[in-house]
Design a protein around this ligand. Structure first.
Ligand SMILES: [Zn+2]
Length: 304
């Protein structure tokens, strides 16, 4: 199993339905959890997937529509309820910080739990860097300010050839530098080239989360050749005339973005409740782009 995977908590859209939950996704990178959007019921879906609240330290909000946000007071309330402290950072627009702070100030007072905000803008920017991951925003075209989030692994360490490091008597204290690509200089001055001691690192993987947006021709260049692209597929082509004015895309348009970006796979979602057969989204997208993964609640998708 990959150590970079996507858990789908909800892949429905604004109007409630019995078939899908509102938007919420968890990016799981080496056991560190990053939530993107938090529609109603997200915390229960999170628990159903046996994910651990203590591993969740960042929540990213694409925009301030209820179907992407209404689960947040419940989730934060639960985190604060533990009473054991801890913290979470919510990445949102200034308006989001204003509205949400008012809720948390009232419902989560007198708790040691620390709710932090990172104010983002509708622009291309790096908004988070961890030791192994970078998260950046891309502006989208929706009815309110909206961004997509792109999660990119930083370059990884080279793999040690254990037999060779043993043969050349590389001390353990040097291993970190050898993994970073340094040559090894023996006590007698002999240089052992790094390529003798290591093999190239595993490729760095990337995931793009694009919801909600009307079709944008230039978006593919901003996303780049990601390993996995979630792009909303709210409508089918038969309702294309409805999609753009409402700031949404069809399955075919999502597939065009995936194809033009050079993505390896496309994950569907944000389905309008007017449809009863999700396979139609996959069918329509697959006419343009071959590797379409049909999203559903509870699905876990490997990135790469
Ligand atoms: Zn929306």
């Amino acid at each position: 199993m990959s150590d970079f995977k996507i858990h789908t908590l909800g892949c429905g859209s604004a109007r409630p339905s019995l078939r899908h939950q509102p938007s919420s996704t968890v990016v799981n990178h080496r056991g560190n959890l990053f939530m993107v959007d938090c529609g109603e019921g997200a915390q229960l879906a999170f628990m159903r997937q046996r994910l651990s609240f203590s591993r969740l330290q960042h929540i990213f909000l694409t925009h301030l529509h209820g179907d992407h946000v209404f689960g947040l007071p419940g989730l934060i309330g639960t985190l604060a309820l533990n009473g054991t402290g801890g913290h979470i950072t919510i990445h949102t627009f200034e308006e989001g910080m204003k509205q949400l702070s008012a809720i948390f100030d009232y419902f989560c007072r007198d708790t040691p739990f620390d709710i932090r905000f990172n104010v983002i803008k509708r622009e291309e920017a790096v908004i988070l860097e961890t030791k192994s991951l970078t998260v950046r925003t891309v502006p989208l075209n929706h009815r309110v300010p909206t961004v997509g989030f792109i999660f990119e692994e930083k370059p990884k360490e080279r793999h040690i050839k254990a037999d060779m490091t043993k043969f050349h008597e590389v001390p353990l204290t040097m291993m970190r530098r050898i993994k970073a690509g340094e040559d090894f200089v023996k006590p007698d001055g002999t240089v052992i080239c790094n390529a003798i001691l290591t093999t190239p690192p595993s490729p760095s993987l990337s995931y793009a989360h694009i919801s909600d947006t009307a079709y944008m021709k230039d978006l593919s260049q901003k996303i780049g050749p990601v390993d996995l692209l979630f792009h909303e597929t709210t409508y089918l082509e038969e309702h294309k005339a409805m999609a753009a004015p409402r700031g949404h895309s069809t399955a075919r348009q999502a597939a065009m973005v995936a194809r033009d970006a050079g993505a390896k796979a496309l994950l569907t979602g944000h389905y309008s409740s007017r449809y009863n057969d999700d396979t139609l989204f996959q069918k329509e997208a697959a006419e343009i782009f071959p590797n379409v993964i049909l999203n559903r609640e509870g699905l876990v998708t490997n990135v790469g």
